[in-house]
Design a protein around this ligand. Structure first.
Ligand SMILES: Nc1nc2c(c(=O)[nH]1)N[C@H]1C(S)=C(S)[C@@H](COP(=O)(O)O)O[C@H]1N2
Ligand SMILES: [Mo]
Length: 321
């Protein structure tokens, strides 16, 4: 993974991967032996870390990788993990990194319900067991006119949906993030209606570019970036890429979303990146790439027009923004 610009971590703080895995084995063995002999910090139930162990193991190997952001260099890991939006932890860009240690990700399960033949609640380790993972380097463009290039690790949402067999009435997919106001301090204020809700039209959800992501930069997803599983829809504004997903519901009618409910004149259902349709309060024609000086032209569909423009053929994108 040496092709990315990693944060400058002092050599003394780096845990070699082999040592790290040895430590994990020790922790697991300790958990199996029972609590008495162990320091409090090591009291882990054998069930906890079920998905994390398996995922770490898989990320230690090579994954197929695709650069889907042209020749644009990935944003520094440090920038991607310290400057972002995750309103469950507050509205400042620095809040997620400061407070996301409170996000409890293990154990984790995802409920798949509504218009599917095989609904249910599934442990994340079971969801991951049947999926081949890959790395994709995509742009993420925030509605606030900044952008990043991130090496995501995940699998197509379409793979998961197919496994659960959508019915013929499934026209839209609704996603919900975790609701846990005790740990998610932002949820004690009504910034938006919690839990965070987003949605896609079925063909958008089934599009091969739409990714469920469980890691980035070769590592398990950091809490502040939406651990343990989040959506990445590279041709839409960042707010569609919902983090820390606990529920996926297939429905017949076009649903509303947290941002539409909060301000329907500012946030539309489609939220396709479009330099020609301005946000009511600012232009969307240019963007600031985090880590660069100056600004770049924003590309139609965030540069993914060849792949996705046909989904919107014949639609008035000024109306369906
Ligand atoms: N649950 C949840 N998901 C969310 C958000 C949020 O506040 N809560 N913010 C969105 C916005 S506005 C952006 S730009 C991206 C940022 O993703 P990143 O942290 O991977 O850069 O997450 C999106 N997903
Ligand atoms: Mo955003």
């Amino acid at each position: 993974m040496s092709r990315y610009r990693y944060p400058p971590i002092p050599e003394s703080e780096v845990t070699p991967r082999a040592l790290f895995r040895q430590r994990r084995r020790f922790i697991k063995a300790g958990a199996a032996l029972g609590a008495a002999a162990l320091a409090p910090g090591l009291l882990l139930s054998p069930a906890a870390h079920a998905w994390r162990d398996g995922l770490e193991e898989r990320l230690a190997g090579e994954l197929p990788s695709q650069a889907l952001a042209g020749d644009e260099a990935p944003t520094a890991f440090r920038d991607a993990t310290t400057y972002n939006n995750f309103y469950e932890f507050g509205t400042r860009k620095s809040d997620p990194e400061v407070y996301a240690h409170r996000l409890v990700t293990d154990p984790w399960s995802v409920t798949i319900e509504g218009e599917v033949e095989r609904p249910g609640t599934f442990a994340l380790e079971d969801i991951l067991a049947g999926q081949s993972l890959e790395e994709r380097i995509y742009r993420l463009r925030c509605v606030e006119a900044w952008s990043m290039v991130i090496p995501w690790i995940g699998f197509p949402l379409a793979d998961l949906l197919r496994r659960h067999e959508p019915t013929s009435r499934a026209k839209y997919v609704v996603f919900e993030s975790l609701l846990d106001p005790d740990n998610l301090r932002g949820q004690r204020r009504s910034i938006i209606e919690w839990p965070y809700r987003e949605a896609l039209r079925m063909d958008e959800a089934m599009h091969p570019l739409t990714l469920l992501s469980v890691g980035m930069y070769g590592e398990v997803m950091p809490n502040q970036n939406g651990a343990p599983i989040r959506l990445v829809v590279p041709w839409k504004y960042g707010f569609k890429s919902i983090k820390s997903v606990v529920k996926i519901r297939l429905v017949e009618q076009q649903p509303t979303t947290s941002w539409i409910d909060q301000n329907p004149s500012e946030y539309g259902f489609y939220a396709n990146v479009n330099p020609e349709v301005d946000h009511p309060r600012w232009s969307q024609a240019r963007e600031r790439r985090i880590g660069e000086s100056g600004r770049r032209e924003t590309l139609m569909f965030n540069g993914y027009a060849d792949e996705v423009a046909e989904l919107y053929a014949g639609m008035d994108l000024n109306k369906h923004f």
